[in-house]
Design a binder for this molecule. Structure first.
Ligand code: G6P
Length: 614
């Protein structure tokens, strides 16, 4: 969480920082701030989003600066306020820092600093860090980079930071452990950011800091990188980015979320491109092929993820068990990491993460690795921490996802998981050739079916109108559609703030049925599957108690349509692929309800897209 930006070069830093912060707002938007080095240091920070900061800066009109740093915050230590907003200054005012992460031992560091006369005005862990750097600098007469390195060796926790000095207009010191950081290399200028989106219109050349690296970015056309712990110099590895500005703009849609929902037919196509050869019945996945014996001989697959990615993992459990006949466990990474889990070298671990930076997923993976398991990452963000730390992996290729509520990343994850399950099933000999070929062929038609599913938007409008003021909502599904029910409920909670629960339809009778009355909308995913009769019975049970049914049905299913108050049709599809279609109307429903309720769809309250704190 939190986004950081920095600029050093010949241009006016302010508009670059502001635009960069806007692009990083998905990482948190409790407060924003910038520090501009213009001979003096001008620090402006505000509670709220970048818009509030812009207004403050317009009133203040600071002198032009060619060096600056900025921050957009997702609060961890200290409530959102002007005071707790970054950047934070050291006591003397000589040093200024922006920080993404958590300093876990900040209280003991703070006590030690207080004994030395330092005073922290805010409640943040960050102010402690900048004062620690200052203390070491003053005590030992060190340069900023050396004092910062020593301080980083004393802190426990996660950080990506940028620090500047009042009296040094030529240098920014940056470092990372746990939280991401990248340098954009221009002709005679440098950009610093939590991800590459703030600078892609200026340069496509980038250096991703490795965990535990510190860099001095200076005007003299140089990036000097060192390991924080050992002080050894490392040579920067420059990567050519393939990011397109159009991918991070709204492209005529009112919200990123709606754009991303509508991008799904294309993004799933991109996920399958080059991997699925329908005519030959071949699935090409280099990361799997290179480690095929790990998958073939695995005693168990262990899937680690959080949030929406965890829901994709639950669907994968059905896929792998059904098609590849291999035992699967799906774990919340946050729970797994703090248990004493049994992991062996016979396990294959699959970590699923859109951002590739989720702190809990990263830590769970580290634990599994330590215990000897083979690790495979399914990430959307290229070059992300999870993608780099796993033994192998497959990118989802959904393109940048900006809306905080995940949509196209979810369906792209599902597409990768279907490919993986089919590939494993083929290698393990657990699927007959005709079923394998039929599913491959159907995968090829998926994009068109997703396009048709999107046509339901108009059908959903009256449903959104009818239920926009609901206080609660129940989502039910069975089999492959049960995790879709969880995902539908999560989408509604996240962006419209309506309390929603996802449940396996058959579990309804063990509790949730007590909630059903004429005010309870129940979304039932009732497409044609092997459980269709059972779900029809569940619908009858709800109707008998006057519940309101919104059914997601296979086009032409009169039986369900006649029972439901509202129906939303999706094209017929095999049940293994159904979640890729049935989730679409649920995404649209929560989107429309959130818009009608006047909620901030792309940046829902209290949430962040990339959760780099545990
Ligand atoms: C946050 C986001 C969710 C996401 C989850 C896991 O909570 O708001 O949309 O599903 O993190 O993120 P990951 O990047 O690991 O998929």
């Amino acid at each position: 969480m939190c986004g950081i930006v920095g600029y050093i070069g010949n241009r006016d830093a302010y508009p670059i920082l502001i635009k960069g912060l806007q692009r990083l707002e998905y990482r948190g938007y409790d407060s924003t701030g910038v520090a501009l080095q213009n001979g003096a240091l001008t620090i402006v920070k505000r509670l709220g989003k970048v818009r509030a900061l812009e207004e403050a800066l317009a009133a203040q009109k600071p002198a032009t600066a060619t060096l600056g740093i900025g921050h957009t915050r997702w609060a961890t230590h200290g409530r959102p306020s002007d005071l707790n907003a970054h950047p934070h200054s050291s006591n003397s005012g000589e040093l200024v820092i922006v920080h993404n992460g958590i300093i876990e031992n900040y209280e003991s560091l703070k006590r030690a600093l207080e004994q030395k006369g330092f005073v922290c005005k805010s409640q943040t862990d960050t102010e402690v860090l900048v004062n620690l750097i200052e203390h070491l600098q003053q005590r030992d007469g060190l340069s900023l980079k050396e004092a910062a390195r020593l301080a980083f060796n004393e802190v426990v926790g996660a950080y990506a930071v940028a620090v500047i000095e009042r009296n040094n207009p030529d240098e920014i010191v940056i470092a990372r452990r746990g939280s991401p950081l990248v340098i954009g290399l221009g002709a005679d200028e440098y950009f610093i950011a939590s991800d590459a989106s703030p600078f892609i219109e200026y340069t496509q050349q980038a250096v991703y800091l490795a965990d535990g690296d510190l860099a001095v970015v200076s005007r003299q056309n140089a990036v000097e990188m060192r390991r924080i712990q050992s002080n050894h110099i490392v040579s920067p590895s420059v990567q050519a980015l393939k990011l397109d500005l159009a991918h991070i703009e709204k492209g005529g849609y009112p919200h990123f979320m709606l754009k991303e929902i509508h991008e799904q037919p294309r993004s799933v196509c991109d996920t399958l491109r080059g991997r699925l050869r329908i005519d030959e019945g071949i699935i090409k996945m280099a990361g799997v092929w290179d480690h095929r014996e790990k998958f073939e001989n695995a005693d168990r697959l262990l899937i680690l993820a959080c949030g929406t990615s965890w829901h994709a993992g639950l669907i994968a459990e059905y896929l792998f068990e059904d098609l590849a006949r291999i035992p699967v466990e799906v774990e919340y990474a946050s729970e797994f990491r703090y248990r004493n889990p049994i992991v062996t070298d016979g396990d294959a671990i699959i970590a699923i993460s859109q951002s590739g930076e989720t702190a809990d997923t990263l830590a769970a993976l580290e634990l599994a690795k330590e215990r000897g398991a083979f690790t495979f990452g399914i990430c959307n963000v290229v070059g992300s921490s999870i993608a780099r730390m796993t033994d192998a992996g497959a990118y989802t290729h959904a393109g940048p996802e900006i809306g905080v509520a995940s949509t196209k990343a979810f369906t792209a994850q599902l597409a990768v998981l279907v490919l993986l399950a089919l590939k494993m099933a083929k290698h393990r000999g657990t699927i007959d050739q005709s079923r394998y070929r039929a599913l491959c062929t159907e995968l090829g038609t998926l994009s068109e079916k997703m396009r048709q599913a999107l046509h339901a938007a108009a059908q959903i409008k009256p449903i959104s109108q009818r239920y926009k003021d609901a206080k609660n909502c129940l989502y039910l599904g069975r089999g492959y559609n049960f995790p879709v029910a969880l995902e539908g409920a999560l989408k509604l909670k996240e962006i419209s703030y309506i309390h929603a629960e996802g449940y396996p339809a058959a579990e309804m009778k063990h509790g949730p049925i007590a909630l059903i009355d004429e005010d309870m909308p129940v979304v039932v995913i009732a497409t044609q599957t092997r459980h269709h009769d059972k779900i029809l019975s569940n619908i009858q049970e709800i109707k008998a108690r006057k519940g309101q049914i919104i059914a997601v049905v296979t086009a032409g299913d009169r039986a369900v349509e006649q029972l439901a108050d509202y129906s939303i049709a999706v094209p017929a599809v095999s049940e293994e692929l159904a979640p890729l279609l049935t989730v679409i109307p649920l995404q649209l429903l929560s989107y429309q309800i959130a818009v009608l309720r006047g909620a901030d769809v792309d940046q829902p309250r209290n949430l962040a897209k990339s959760v780099t704190v545990e």
